[in-house]
Ligand binder design. Sequence first.
Ligand code: ATP
Ligand code: MG
Length: 578
Amino acid sequence: MRFSRAYIPTSKEIPNDAVLQSHILLTRAGYIKGVASGLYNFLPLGKKSLDKIRTIVKEELDHSGCQEVDLSFVTPAELWEESGRIAKFGKELLRFRDRKEALFVLGPTHEEMMVALVRHQLNSYKQLPQNLYQIKTKFRDEARPRFGLMRGREFVMKDGYSFHENENDMKREFYLMQETYKKIFNRLGLDFRVVEADSGAIGGSGSREFMVIANSGEDTLAICNSCDYGANIETAKRQPHRNQNNHDELNVEVEMDFAKFKTPNIKTIEELSKFFHISDWFIAKAVVKKAIYENSSKIAIFFVRGGDEVEEKKAINSINALELIDPTPEELLNVGLIAGFIGLLNLPKNPNIIKVIDLELQNAKPIITGANELDYHYIGVSLEELPEKTHFADLIRVKEGDICPICNKGSLIYKRGIEVGHIFQLGTKYSEPLGATFLDRDGKSQPMVMGTYGIGVSRLLSAIVEQSHDQNGIIMPLAIAPYKINILISNIKNSDELNFGEKLYSDLIAKNIEVILDDRNERFGFKIRDAELIGFPYTIIIGKGLINSKVELLNRKNNIKEEINSELILNKVLELVE
Ligand code: ATP
Ligand code: MG
């Protein structure tokens, strides 16, 4: 390609809503152009790089035995009703009616469609396993589209689905996909971690996320500094704290008789801790939320130890809510709760109140807790004596410094990550409601056991740039650069420079190397700034040195400029890119 003929509208302008470097640089360098909130056009450079990512994804999946399909983007809403997911997906699901008033959705993910594709076709264990995928546009009407391609509304996803006769075979495929994903992200040159994850609206049990490590990432990860445990903060676990200092040697016995204690206007954990001269370890903290369900809401109270925080995702999962929001003071009063004095015992008997206690409080004693009465707390409470059906769940948001739940040695540290892939052990969550059954080895009809596997293909382009850029622009990894080589002619009016550049350009094309010739009638400074902004891996600068048979080779990765004999440059470049 000749730069003079190419559609590469580089610019100095920063998009209004841009905060991430990847968004700014991909726009400025002419890879993408925003259309409306969460919608982007891919320009020639962006399309080339996106296709390269797509190819790497496809090559590795095909190599692992997956088969590519292409399903209709427009999906009948009926399928979403059959699976029961239409409500759970909420407003992210874009719905519309056709001219016959039939309801459709734009596919945000394709479990339903894929199950509908194979049900009644895969009838026998002999036809299993199968692993089908597509690389295709998805639409999610995200509440907060932002960060460019990172969180678009329309985006490209690779979504894959596997079908099995039993759990074991599904797990085998799950681990095969995990290894395949690692190969893909390694080929893309990414620094990433595989972490344990929440299964979200997709459902199912075991799931892992692939996180590109970047300070700008939206996810917080808890990672062990000693072993390879890592988890999304939404599900991260720790070794349970054992006592107030979490060290055996500092364990202090505390005795407290059960009593109701006047605590006038003493409401916060800090105030209580001061008032009783006691560590917040002994205080049960009540976190009150309004839990939103499909057609109703409830007031949910989550109890953790005073020094701990509630992880919202764990809390949501513990009560199967759609979301948690802050209740108003009136809503609390309506169910008889008194802010600052909410506690484990004597909660108002109201069916609209749900109580969940963190597992680390199981059998805890002695505990201080609100008396559900203005200006009173109970002290010396024992959680050994709670009714049997009390609901306990893991609610804790792990902290930096907590001990790793796996190696029991290292401490957890936080890192930020960009989720670029997510794999799930789905089980029969969709095959059952959608009636995708097969005859097993005993001739019995069973729902197929499924796995599902996603990669954010367009998000990857942003993630790569997020990890690979400097103050001058993008540093495109060789594997996904739109052009590997940029031949920059300093002054096209100099016929020696021009002829040398043209010759090198046609030699490289003859060798099938992706090359662009910057033959624009512009100043050198302007052209080199574009080269750096776009991030061509190598730029060959043909300038005044040519008289002495010298050209320069700029390596974008380390910004080192090397003088090279003009006779040798062709071979040197071939060596670099092959
Ligand atoms: P997130 O938590 O970031 O919203 P998700 O859990 O909703 O992601 P999945 O349903 O697992 O995502 O989708 C598979 C992959 O698709 C994700 O790992 C991510 O890389 C990508 N993806 C999801 N939502 C978007 C989006 N709005 N824009 C771009 N890529 C996305
Ligand atoms: Mg999402």
